[in-house]
Design a protein around this ligand. Structure first.
Ligand code: 8YV
Length: 332
């Protein structure tokens, strides 16, 4: 009998169809928001689940779903998944690294540029019919080329952003990360490691790309914002919760920093009302990885992992991007 799998979010229909040739598939074509109890109910009797970065997979869910063997996510960030609990339960977890690096870096750079050059703020002004004359300082913002780029979190995406800044825009690059890059990579990227405070003090444009964990909760709050230059911008494409959104709203309102670009929010899809009320912020709905080819590649990779974990297809037994391969071979 074919194993049963659940596709918890709407994804490309042809990918769901491909899964149907290996599994009995239950899916969510309407992309309904399932509560945790509903997700648990739907997972009964299922061996695998394909999730996005949005479903919470924790010890309580694992205890309530004893047939579950595989949790395959189409996101690179996996703060929604309790990895140690999955490992303890013998459940294989995979994420989707690499396939979204360049697309996400493109977006991070675009959001930083839109923020520095006040693109959405000026568009709102134009659409509101308020453009009556040219003036020397109309939406005059900050330069990007030649300015100091600060990257907080220098993983794959951070490095791809640094490369864009250094090679394309002549930006000196400073970064802060728990571990330093190899000297050869630093040299290639023209990037220098500095302490976190130095990074905040010296960056003209700070881009945040750290994974979310209890250790990175409110990594940038009021005290950190106070270290930044009043002319600086902050761009967050990491996760809501890495930045204290309430403190950021105050800093923007009081012009303690010039502007922010945010793709992720604490408690999204809700957005802190203080951020909605200030003009100097560019807000986007968590779309940094959202190019069609990349979203397809993310879903394909999750499907490949699901098939591999459950013994199907060319990679059977060898999920390409397992986070806890030590649970293989799966318990019976
Ligand atoms: C996803 C992301 O779109 O991969 C990640 O970690 O943040 C995004 O690419 C998001 O998690 C929705 O699943």
């Amino acid at each position: 009998m074919k194993p049963r799998v659940l596709v918890a979010r709407a994804v490309f229909p042809d990918i769901v169809e491909r899964l149907r040739s290996h599994f009995v598939v239950h899916d969510n074509p309407g992309d309904d928001a399932w509560s945790q109890p509903e997700l648990i109910a739907r997972l009964q009797g299922h061996a695998g689940v394909l999730v996005a970065g949005t479903e919470r997979i924790d010890a309580a869910l694992l205890a309530a779903c004893p047939t579950l063997r595989a949790v395959c996510s189409m996101a690179v960030g996996y703060n929604n998944i309790d990895l140690p609990a999955c490992t303890a339960a013998g459940v294989l977890v995979s994420n989707a690294p690499d396939v979204l690096t360049e697309t996400t870096a493109d977006f991070g750079f675009a959001l930083m540029m839109a923020t520095a050059r006040r693109i959405t703020e000026s568009e709102h002004f134009l659409r509101a019919g308020r453009w009556t004359h040219w003036s020397y300082d109309l939406f005059a913002g900050a330069d990007v080329h030649g300015a100091t780029l600060g990257v907080l979190g220098m993983g794959r995406i951070g490095q791809a952003i640094a490369r864009r800044g250094a090679l394309g825009f002549g930006m000196p690059v400073l970064y802060h990360n728990r571990s330093r890059l190899d000297a050869a990579i630093e040299q290639q990227l023209g990037a220098s490691w500095v302490g976190k405070d130095q990074l905040l003090q010296r960056a003209d444009h700070l881009v945040i790309v750290v994974p979310y964990s209890p250790a990175s909760h409110h990594l940038v709050g009021a005290a950190e914002l106070a270290l930044m230059k009043p002319t600086a911008t902050l761009t967050n494409i990491a996760r809501g919760g890495v930045v204290d959104d309430a403190a950021l709203a105050v800093a923007l309102r009081e012009r303690r920093i010039a502007a922010a670009g945010l793709d992720v929010f604490e408690g999204e899809p809700a957005v802190h009302p203080g951020l909605l009320g200030v003009p100097n912020v560019v807000l986007t709905p968590h779309i940094a990885s959202a190019s069609l080819p990349t979203r397809r590649a993310m879903a394909e990779l999750a499907a490949r992992n699901l098939m591999a974990v459950l013994g199907q297809g060319a990679d059977a037994g060898r999920p390409p991007t397992a986070l806890n391969p030590e649970v293989l071979p799966l318990r019976a």
